[in-house]
Write a protein that binds this ligand. Sequence first.
Ligand code: ADP
Ligand code: MG
Length: 238
Amino acid sequence: MGHMELINLKDVKKYYEMGSQVVRALDGIDIAVNKNDYLAFIGSSGSGKSTMLNILGCLDKPTSGQYHLNGKNVEILDQNELSEIRNLEIGFIFQSFNLLPRANALDNVMQPLIYRSVGFRQRKNMAMEALSRVGLEDRIDHLPNQLSGGQRQRVAIARALVTHPSILLADEPTGNLDSRTTVEIMQLFDQLHDEGHTLIVVTHENEIAQHCHRIVEMKDGKIFSDTIAQRSKIEATA
Ligand code: ADP
Ligand code: MG
C-alpha cells in the first residue's frame, strides 16, 4: 500500500470570466498525488498555485475536469458533502495564519472540532495532543498576539492537525516568517511527513521547494515540470 493514490486530477480547468476576458487560472491539469507524498507547487505569482490548492482542498470547484479525492468523485458532491470531506480529510495552513485573535491557542485549535459530535473534554484532549505535537503545550493560554510568528504558525498547524486529516495543504506557510523560523516550520513539516502525513506546500521560494520530495512547477495555469527534488537541507541564513 506504499503508493495509495489520494488525489487524481484529469484535465482540470478553472476559468474566471472577467468582463469580456477569460482568465485561465488552471488550464488542463493532470496530476496524481499518493499518500505520504511531500510535494511543492512552485511558480511565479499568478501561475495558478493558490487556485490549485483551493481546488485540491475543496474550497472551490473546477470549471471542468475530474477530481477524485480518496477514490471519491468530488464533482458530484453538494456543498454539505464538500464541507464534510473538507472537515474529515483536509487540514489548511495559510501564510497569514488565520487565527481567531481573541481566542487563546487552545481555543483556536479546538475550533475545527466544534462541528464534531464529541464532548468538550475530548475536544480539549485532542487539541492538547495537537499542540504538544508542535511543541506548544506550554503556550495554550496565550493569545495570538502573545506569540511569535513561528509560534502562531505552529498553532495554525496544530489546528490543521487536530482533526487527523489525511492531507495537509499549506499556501506560502513561511511567507511571513524570518529565515530561522522558516527552517523550524520546514523541520516540523519534515517530521509530519515522516509520521505518514501527505503534505502539499505552495511556495515561490526555491529553497522551500527543495525541502520537499517532489516539485511541480506551474506556469500560466499549466504544469510545466514535475520532478523529484534533490534534497538539500535549508539552512538559516540569519
Ligand atoms: P498564484 O497563487 O500562483 O499567485 P492564483 O492561483 O492566485 O496564482 O491566480 C491565478 C490566476 O487567476 C491569476 O491571473 C489571478 O489573477 C486569477 N484569479 C485568481 N482568483 C481569481 C478570481 N477569484 N477571480 C478572477 N481571477 C482570479
Ligand atoms: Mg497564491
